[in-house]
Design a binder for this molecule. Structure first.
Ligand SMILES: Cc1cc2nc3c(=O)[nH]c(=O)nc-3n(C[C@H](O)[C@H](O)[C@H](O)COP(=O)(O)OP(=O)(O)OC[C@H]3O[C@@H](n4cnc5c(N)ncnc54)[C@H](O)[C@@H]3O)c2cc1C
Length: 348
């Protein structure tokens, strides 16, 4: 959608296909990172965007056993917004679609599935949030269990992490045992786990990390998850997809409007975006293997990893994870030819 919007601003004829009738999907992250908010700013959309309902997260914290650790502090980022905004993906996409539709050369086709290439030429599960609850604790880790709780205003959006293939076993132990697991890792939810009345309220979301070797063919370029599926670790997949879109628009925008895109141009997009993707995926897999797998595989009380002890001791170091999560590797900036349109389109 971002790429479609950017190309439309550059005068390219664009058609965005979405196979579903709306953007209401299973939860796959609602984070809008500082670098994406910077892109919104560069496009002149930030002020209007921030008027939409959202929550702002300025720090990332975690409860690890008895210790509370602030792992990232976004307040020093060199960006307009020093926070991650939480906004349902469908609201974000609707916002972009609304803006895209102001350009006569932008078309969004819903319920239109791309099925082949012509080669010739959420549901959200949450628990009521009480005013007396903590503002924001993201990760909660205790013996063998790990849970993420996101403050979404009037409810908690919760993710309980399990090893691949363990869901049936958890179900077989029964709902009461699962409620007890939740209380063990997040005791403040004790008085409301009975809101979970059946397994149909609990949605299994499967995570995958992979990458295409080649992102393009004549006439086709894959970006975002189509080129590299991301894990939710760090909540950076949406950001990376948007950075890909900005880079693609910057590299191809003018050539697309002239109809002169070559394979070498497509290759340039992969060349530019593959390294940040590789680094991010490597970091996700490292955290998965070194931390999450160990926690989920053990009944021991977890010791605070040395890196978190360092962050507790020297708070200024929290700026580093904040930068990696909030901005990422090789942030992209909207090319001047798109920014020139920031005052709004001329509608024919
Ligand atoms: C459980 C989970 C939690 C996550 N949490 C976060 C998070 O907190 N923050 C974060 O940044 N990232 C998160 N991610 C990763 C993030 O969801 C993805 O990296 C991001 O959505 C990729 O964006 P995209 O536009 O490339 O693809 P998508 O968001 O998958 O969009 C592709 C769209 O194309 C449509 N489509 C697919 N096939 C066709 C077709 N043939 N024809 C027409 N339309 C089609 C789909 O319906 C979909 O709407 C999470 C992922 C998972 C699995």
């Amino acid at each position: 959608m971002i790429l479609g919007y950017l190309l439309a601003r550059a005068g390219v004829d664009v058609m965005v296909l979405e196979k579903h009738a709306d953007f209401l999907r299973d939860f796959r992250g609602d984070t809008i990172h500082p670098s994406t908010l910077e892109v919104m700013h560069e496009l002149g959309l930030l002020e209007e965007f921030l008027k939409r309902p959202h929550q702002e997260m300025r720090q990332i914290g975690g409860q690890i056993g008895d210790d509370f650790v602030i792992m990232a502090d976004f307040s020093h980022l060199p960006t307009q917004c020093k926070f991650i905004a939480f906004m349902p993906q469908w609201d974000f996409l609707d916002f972009l679609a609304e803006h895209g539709k102001r350009y006569p050369n932008f078309r969004l086709q819903m319920q239109a599935e791309a099925i082949d290439l012509i080669e010739d030429q959420g549901k959200i599960v949450g628990m009521t949030r009480r005013d007396t609850d903590d503002e924001q604790t993201l990760g909660r880790i205790t013996q063998g269990r790990m849970m993420v709780t996101l403050n979404r205003g009037d409810y908690w959006q919760c993710a309980y992490l399990i090893r691949k293939g363990d869901f049936e076993q958890i179900k077989n132990r029964g709902l009461e045992a699962f409620r007890a697991d939740i209380v063990a890792v997040a005791p403040f939810l004790r008085d409301r786990t009975d809101e979970l009345k059946g397994w149909e309220q609990i949605k299994l979301l499967t995570v995958l990390v992979d990458r295409l070797q080649k992102w393009y063919r004549p006439g086709l370029l894959c970006i975002g998850d189509a080129a590299h599926a991301m894990s939710p670790i760090g909540g950076v997949g949406i950001n990376l997809a948007i950075q890909d879109a900005v880079a693609t628009a910057n590299l191809l925008g003018e050539r697309l409007s002239r109809g002169t895109v070559s394979i070498a141009d497509l290759q340039r997009v992969q060349f530019r975006r593959e390294l940040p993707t590789r680094i991010t995926q490597t970091a996700q897999v490292f955290i998965q293997n070194r931390l999450i797998r160990q926690i989920l595989g053990s009944d021991e009380q977890i010791q605070l990893p040395w890196i978190l002890r360092v962050l507790m001791r020297w708070p200024f170091l929290r700026r580093i994870p904040a930068r990696l999560i909030g901005i990422g590797f090789r942030p992209e900036h909207v090319n001047r030819i798109f920014v020139a349109e920031a005052q709004g389109p001329t509608v024919a």
